[in-house]
Write a protein that binds this ligand. Sequence first.
Ligand code: ARG
Length: 462
Amino acid sequence: MTDRSQLWAGRFDGGPAEALQALNDSLPFDRRMFAQDIAGSRAHVTMLSEVGILTDDERNKILGALDEVEDEMASGRFEPASGDEDIHTAVERRVTEITPEAGGKIHTGRSRNDQVATDLRLWTKRELAELAALVVQFQETLLRRAEEAGAAYLPAYTHLQQAQPVTLAHHLLAHCWALARDVERLLQTLDRVDVSPLGAGALAGSSLPLDPVRTADLLGFGSVFDNSLDAVSDRDFVAEALFDLSLLGVHLSRIGEELILWSSTEFGFVALDDAFSTGSSMMPQKKNPDIAELARGKAGRLIGHLTGFLTTLKGLPLTYNKDLQEDKEPLFDSCDTIRLTLLALDGMVGTVVFKTDVMAAQADNPFAAATDLAEFLVGKGMPFRDAHHVVGALVRSALAGEGSLPDLVAADPQLGPEAAQLLEPGASMANRTTRGAGGPAATADELDRFRAALVASKQSLR
Ligand code: ARG
């Protein structure tokens, strides 16, 4: 029998150089796909026996060997050999050791090119679905905090300058809607991941009577490739997943940044739970928002993986090129990063104490109701641009020390005491009642709509 220690040894005189192996081998990272590789092989040999290429006995021997290899890998007993370039060669080598004659037929009609694409799609399918579920879990935490927030309110900002007051629930829900788009995007990407490339062979299909529809079916794929060249060279699904995770990471970084600001002495809007903050090795008084900072910082590496991998893909000729082996590490790392970040941020948001008195004191700053004063004048028939000017002049007088804004408003002939009531604590916010607005009544409607949206996205996760 030929020496099969290197699976492609037939055409070669000598073994590979050490430097080649060191650069070429992907087993250290692609062994994470062992379960998918074995599932793909099970489907492949089942199909081969159904179309008459393997006898039932050969199929059973291979399936038995695959079970054994799976056990070895899952329990850490698997011993890699020096020719094991990647997970595909490792599994085939071991199957062939266990059942030499039948094992020699496992790769019939198959190439590592369609095999790796199959494995990675199976892996990505499972992973993106799990990550989408984790996003939903985080949304549930934000929703719970929004429900608990009741009538609490805070200033909302533009340019990081106090703008207009809104309910705390409205602010938390803003992040929920962004995350809802992330879940939707992940699920849409899943549709394009869910296509089986198995049966495309190295690049051009096979002269053997393979049945790609049957293997797709056995593996639970939603559809089958249409073009063998595209099937082995398409990594759009990886790029898309990296984008989805980058944008999700950007959203998490924005939540992180707010927690950093809000927990500062200057804002004082939140107190972090001890379990989700860190101390300083030198300054005893410190309590640091490290999780939030990492949520902000990790976005950098997620975006790096996306741009790095798009650069790898750019200009690649059809079909498979070894460059494509660069798909797995960024994808694995982005998934791991998002998973860790989501879980930690979920814990942080779930336990943070909102200091609603501090928030309200800032939101009740009369200047934050300036827009309401202008809208009051609009209600009396004044063009908005004139109203803006009138109120702007009063703000300027107040800032110049000519009196408090409420006093100046009460004394103003066009505004007067009725308008001054808009400057009472909480009054301005309560006035904003339109759909999606920041007042309490609008927030109650929004909470209902978000609860319904969450139920719908949980259903589509199944
Ligand atoms: N380890 C390879 C990868 O990740 C598997 C495919 C190898 N194909 C080949 N023709 N050398 O892409």
